[in-house]
Write a new protein. Structure first.
Length: 444
């Protein structure tokens, strides 16, 4: 996996510099051969590096560290984060602007003209998304030309960002410049395990540990008192902060609903035991990007079911479901695999095709995790990504979709999508995802 590289060469500082002038440097950001700092100037010149002060970037990293390493909530909302740069939206929707400042480099560095780069963690991987400029910046007479998106290893990215902060602090010390950055960064680097865990959990809630209300700590503790660790992590990553107590009560009710359903005898457990035995010898992928692990496991499950790629799969013969309404859409369902059969308890009523997708997501957790209970959420963490990918490939295999299409001479129409969706008994969006991410991109 290609990492983000940040390289710089310090420029000469004036005799009595401040934080910004002491840390000016020729800067390049790149991922492999793709330079994020490729710019054009108004004279028609092109460069891969820009001259910028690194202090605002280092301060932004230090101030938003816990958000950058833990807040996965904006994974499906990147366009919204970028739109809040517009002053009219930022004023009328201030919470959007606050979230944008914590994930968007350009929003957080003030007057310095940095690339339009968004950083959003997805657990073991982090998504970087950057867009080119349409116009030249007044302050620099430059515009960034590169656009793209990449997933990078989260630990490697954290090491790169922390290395930049350390280098800026060292530069300030060498130039005799006093600032608040060393103290701010020490609060992050020297946090004891309990403090670090609290900051991370606060970021899971989508809050800033530096500004969160004091009672948030008590709220987080109450979650861990009522849930095992992994369930608590999923819950905190998904629930709205003002609905934590409502969500906790809902989980208790969902447990009761699932327990009642699981008392009814059925053949689901026997089928799952047979499936697990098959997978123990089939050896599906255990490492690699989450979506590839999900796709691979789905292929093995369909092989166990002796289904061709063109045939539909109904997960209902392995997983039961019920509905118990709850107002927070971030928590999609509770799943229990205790008792006679695994049971999904959804937070809202859905069409049958959506229930099938939800049951398939639950099946991924059931087959890959040992916990008796877990949550399906809207969050873009690695586990949830893998479960979505598994469900897509299980319900509507990419090769099967390609076979149904044949070799079309025309563009794929909405009628084509609907016909395939009806065949697989799923929603159009499932087939569309498979088309965009596999069938068309990989040339089946």
């Amino acid at each position: 996996m290609t990492p983000l590289e940040i390289t710089w060469t310090w420029t000469d500082a004036p005799t009595d510099p401040d934080e910004r002038t002491a840390t000016r440097a020729e800067l390049e950001l790149r991922i492999g051969a793709d330079p994020l700092t490729l710019v054009e100037d108004t004279a028609g010149g092109y460069r891969r590096t820009v001259t910028r002060s690194l202090y605002p970037l280092a301060e932004w990293i230090a101030r938003n560290w816990w958000t950058l390493v833990a807040d996965a909530r904006p994974g499906s909302c990147l366009p919204q984060l970028r739109k809040t740069f517009a002053p009219s939206i930022g004023v009328t929707r201030n919470p959007w602007r606050v979230r944008s400042d914590r994930h968007a480099v350009r929003a957080g560095v003030g007057q310095e003209h940095y690339p339009d780069l968004l950083i959003v963690t997805e657990d073991e991987l982090t998504r970087l998304n950057w867009q080119r400029d349409a116009e030249f910046a007044d302050a620099t007479g430059e515009r960034f030309l590169s656009s793209g998106e990449s997933l990078v290893d989260s630990e490697a990215l954290a090491a790169t960002l922390s290395g930049l902060v350390d280098a800026v602090i060292e530069r300030l010390a060498d130039r005799g410049v006093r600032s608040g950055l060393p103290g701010l960064w020490a609060g992050v680097r020297d946090a004891d395990p309990e403090r670090a865990a609290l900051c991370r959990a606060t970021a899971w809630l989508g809050l800033d540990p530096h500004t969160a209300e004091p009672e948030v700590a008590g709220t987080i503790r109450s979650v861990y008192e009522r849930m095992d660790k992994q369930l608590a992590v999923d819950f905190l990553n998904a629930i709205r902060p003002n609905l934590v107590e409502t969500g906790l009560d809902w989980v208790d009710e969902a447990r009761s609903v699932a327990a009642g359903v699981a008392t009814v005898a059925g053949s689901e457990s026997a089928r799952l035991a047979d499936l697990r035995e098959h997978l123990s010898t089939a050896k599906p992928m255990e490492s690699g990007p989450p979506h590839l692990r999900g796709f691979d496991l789905a292929k093995h499950v369909r092989a166990w079911a002796r289904l061709a790629d063109t045939e539909p799969f109904d997960p209902g013969f392995l997983v039961r479901y019920r509905t118990l309404p709850m107002p927070d859409p971030g928590v999609v369902a509770y799943v229990s695999q205790a008792g006679a059969a695994p049971t999904v308890v959804a937070t809202r009523h859905m069409p049958d095709v959506s229930y099938r997708f939800l049951q398939a997501r639950a099946l991924w957790h059931i087959l890959t995790e040992d916990d008796d209970e877990f949550l399906i959420t809207a969050t873009h963490t690695g586990r949830q990504h893998a479960a979505r990918a598994f469900s897509l490939e299980l319900i509507a295999p990419a090769r099967g979709i390609a076979e149904h299409l044949g070799s079309p001479n025309e563009l794929i129409s909405s009628e084509d999508l609907s016909a395939i969706s009806m065949h697989y008994v799923t929603g159009d969006i499932v087939v569309e995802h498979q088309l965009d991410n596999q069938v068309l991109s990989e040339g089946f």
